[in-house]
Design a protein around this ligand. Structure first.
Ligand code: AMP
Ligand code: ZN
Ligand code: FE
Ligand code: FE
Length: 297
């Protein structure tokens, strides 16, 4: 079928993307992708719909999730082939959404202090679902003409350290990795470029530490990674016995410059990376989307 290309990092309306899970899967199929992973922030809510759509669309759907964990820069952990019906996982994810819900009204208040006419209700309406994130604040600011783009909203107000930014409580990298592994998932370090660690030695020590906690892969192929960065991350993965993965971080029209499977144009992720992940999944033998572990209900 189609091509040999995949995208293992896609957001939907279950978090801060603009396509529904089914739309995103059909969009991946129409774009000629052989497989797509749905990786919404702090929720597995879109996965049942996405998996169903995959059957109709004839594209392989990988159930996933993306979790932001506590780190001086920005650290996100992706989880693949998680058992999205695992009761412990869904409870823990609900806890993460709770800390979002504590942060969000404080960000709305900051924006009002800055003189913008914006309410939490408007932001929640823009989100339309369980997970309300900063891109939804950006959307409201954009629609009201306060900024021209999502990028501008982050640059001026919403990004880390900017005037409307409020940090949310996060779990540790170790807890994030373990949360995914406990639900039978494969934990992968997302977009390492965003970590903003100083140098190579520091990055490589960090990877060794995360591997101790159960990390299984690195997202070396990513929209904003240069060819040199990708090659470097692939080498670090190989040196540590870790998988290599890749994805665009597609968010639909919230980030119109990013195309599914292609990023800003140069991205190409091959199916054989997913084949290797499926081998690891089989060997580690956890329940994944089929089995239910004893502690899960
Ligand atoms: P939140 O989880 O609510 O803190 O928001 C995280 C989301 O904001 C992720 O989807 C990121 O892609 C997006 N984001 C973070 N920083 C930026 C930035 N500087 N420009 C655009 N989007 C960003
Ligand atoms: Zn997002
Ligand atoms: Fe991320
Ligand atoms: Fe993402």
């Amino acid at each position: 079928m189609g091509t040999d290309f995949i995208d293992l990092h896609v957001h939907t309306t279950a978090s801060d993307g603009t396509m529904t899970p089914a739309e995103a899967v059909f969009h991946a199929a129409r774009s000629g992708l052989r497989a797509v992973a749905i990786t919404d922030h702090d929720t597995v809510d879109g996965l049942a719909e996405a998996l169903q759509a995959g059957i109709k669309a004839g594209t392989e759907v990988v159930p996933g999730v993306e979790i932001g964990v506590d780190f001086p820069g920005e650290m996100h952990i992706l989880g693949y082939y998680i058992d999205h019906e695992n009761g412990r996982l869904t409870r823990e994810l609900a806890g993460l959404r709770e800390s979002r819900n504590l942060r969000n009204p404080r960000m709305a208040a900051r924006l009002r202090e800055l003189g913008f006419d914006i309410t939490m209700e408007e932001v929640a309406r823009a989100a339309g679902g369980l997970v309300v994130g900063r891109p939804h604040f950006a959307e409201v600011l954009r629609k009201k003409g306060y900024v021209k783009s999502t990028e501008e909203a982050f640059h001026l107000y919403l990004g880390a350290g900017k005037p409307a930014y409020v940090k949310k409580d996060k779990i540790s990298p170790r807890q994030g990795i373990e949360m995914i592994a406990t639900a039978g998932g494969i934990p992968v370090l997302a977009h390492p470029h965003h970590l903003r660690v100083g140098g190579r030695e520091e990055f490589e020590a960090l990877v060794r530490e995360l591997r101790e906690y159960g990390l299984r892969g690195i997202e070396a192929y990513y929209t904003t990674h240069t060819a040199a960065e990708t090659a470097y991350y692939c080498a670090v993965a190989a040196g540590n016995g870790l998988l290599v993965t890749g994805g665009s971080d597609f968010h639909g029209s919230n980030k119109p410059e990013i195309r599914i499977g292609k990023g800003t144009g140069g991205l190409a992720v091959r199916y054989d990376l997913l084949s290797k992940m499926k081998e690891v999944k089989k060997i580690s033998g956890k329940g994944g989307t089929r089995g239910v572990s004893p502690e899960s209900k």
